[in-house]
Design a protein. Structure first.
Length: 342
């Protein structure tokens, strides 16, 4: 894919009023989600659930792309249409998670390094053949008085940039996801400090490894107080702290920042995104790449029962619509009570 095609794909993923559905839960993660509704995590149940999401009528108004898991990109809808083809037919861009997970970082207790670079060039070529047009790689960082170490910050930044360069070589837009985890009792200032350190390292490495920033997206955490903090920052403080960090560290060449929800409630994730966009315009599009915050109400409404598919799709459509409103700073909590037809 020529550079201009990468640029165009990146821009399409953050098109006005649209964001990304992260449906790339690993088999272990989706098992936990299914356990919560008392459903066995079989390949067929996973396929059925993803089909429910992807065939929701009209959701393409709000969803620009979907991140798939290795199993899912190889699956098909019940009528035999491969999922990437089904999504593309609705104008939704198929993407793929390509890392193999966070593993313990050697000689650094409690820290992780994301693996998956071995064989990545060949896997990216295969995913491109299967219909993927963008990819995702996630690195994680914990906060406490000793973490993250410089070692953790820079080894993960280096791996993220190697992944991004390989993606662009293969004609895929890399979504770069450095996630500072919000587990802990740290305050919002600690969160801002660590998020800034991580972003700084990531952009140094992306530059050094010749990655074309116009053909990338950033998927970061919002700057929040730790979930165990006694006095947690409110919506406005989160919006201002997050924007401050990203203005300091994210080059204007990046077309969009697609936030992860990172354990926030559905409505908090929407409200925080809305507050940031209400303070715009910004140098980059501020969008969403949510997994649980788009899917939790859907999963609950479905409960694994065929007769609940329509109700589940209504719940998914509604959350996508709310986050679309937050893209323009026009979301208001009272919109949550509107009945939304599918």
């Amino acid at each position: 894919m020529a550079a201009h095609e990468l640029h165009e794909t990146a821009k399409e993923l953050v098109a006005e009023g649209k964001g990304i559905l992260a449906a790339d839960e690993s088999t272990g993660t989706i098992k936990k989600r299914f356990d919560s509704i008392g459903l066995e995590s079989t390949e067929e149940n996973r396929r059925t659930y993803r089909e429910l999401l992807f065939t929701t009528e009209g959701v393409e108004e709000f969803i620009s792309g979907v991140i798939l898991y290795d199993e899912t990109i190889r699956q098909s809808a019940s009528d035999g249409t491969p999922f990437p083809q089904l999504l593309a037919s609705k104008g939704i861009i198929p993407g793929i998670k390509v890392d193999t997970g966070a593993k313990p970082l050697p000689l650094a207790e409690g820290e992780t390094i994301t693996e998956g670079l071995d064989g990545l060039r060949e896997r990216l070529a295969e995913y491109r053949e299967l219909g993927a047009r963008f990819a995702k790689w996630r690195a994680t960082y914990s906060i406490d008085e000793h973490k993250p170490s410089e070692y953790c910050v820079w080894t993960n930044a280096h791996a993220l940039a190697r992944y991004a360069a390989l993606c662009q070589e293969a004609g895929l837009v890399p979504i770069v996801e450095p996630e500072v985890l919000m587990d802990g009792d740290h305050d919002i200032k600690a969160s801002a400090r660590v998020t800034g350190r991580v972003q700084n390292a990531v952009y140094v490495e992306l530059h050094d490894q010749r990655v074309d920033l116009y053909g990338t997206l950033l998927k970061p955490n919002m700057v929040l107080s730790g979930y165990g903090a006694s006095n947690r920052a409110g919506i406005d403080e989160v919006a201002e702290a997050s924007l401050d960090v990203y203005y300091r560290h994210v080059p204007a060449a990046v077309p969009g920042i697609v936030f992860l929800s990172g354990g926030q409630s559905d409505e908090d994730a929407t409200a925080h995104l809305n507050a940031m966009n209400a303070r715009g315009p910004h140098p980059w599009e501020l969008s969403f790449s949510y997994g649980r915050a788009l899917q939790a109400p859907t999963l609950k409404a479905w409960g694994g029962k065929p007769e609940n598919v329509e109700a589940a799709q209504r719940a998914f459509y509604h959350r996508a619509k709310m986050n679309s409103a937050a893209r323009t700073g026009m979301y208001a909590p009272e919109m949550e009570r509107e009945a939304v037809p599918v």
